[in-house]
Design a binder for this molecule. Structure first.
Ligand code: DQA
Length: 143
């Protein structure tokens, strides 16, 4: 089966963006890591990044019927987007929310996620390894 890995706004800048918070790995490094983890578990991986809320919604819709699970780091939309939440709820696929940084150590506005209540698992603060942890979770629940 296929795993959809979705990254939201500003994650294209990984590696140069606030490295003290997000580290020095790039989005390509994330794609490499998550693809290896997925392949090792017998999944294929499709990695999509977008800075646009509607494109993320469209990608979630398109996952219905093609993907067996979703891993999403919605970036700042995590804290604002009812539309992305509703899309995840609509497609009824196993889904994991990932945040590279520990959002709970940071500003108050990052403590609430619109997505957490509609995903199966949330991985926060594990750095980019969180994406591999998400693959491991999906491998377990889909086995
Ligand atoms: C993030 C945390 C969000 O608060 C922030 O807006 C991001 C990245 C993370 O991976 O730690 O863009 O989702």
């Amino acid at each position: 089966g296929e795993l959809l890995i979705l990254n939201g706004p500003n994650l294209n800048l990984l590696g140069t963006r606030e490295p003290a918070i997000y580290g020095s790995a790039t989005l390509d490094d994330v794609a490499g890591l998550v693809t290896s983890a997925a392949n090792a578990a017998g999944f294929s991986a499709v990695c999509i990044q977008s800075n646009h809320e509607g494109e993320l919604v469209d990608a979630i819709h398109a996952a219905r019927g093609t993907a067996v699970g979703i891993i999403i780091n919605a970036g700042a939309y995590t804290h604002t987007s009812v539309a992305i939440r509703d899309a995840i709820a609509a497609v009824e696929l196993p889904a994991v929310e990932v945040h590279i940084s520990n959002v709970h150590k940071r500003e108050e506005f990052r403590h609430h996620s619109y997505l957490s209540a509609v995903v199966d698992a949330v991985i926060v603060g594990a750095g980019i390894h969180g994406y591999a942890m998400a693959v491991s979770y999906l491998d377990n629940v889909l086995a």
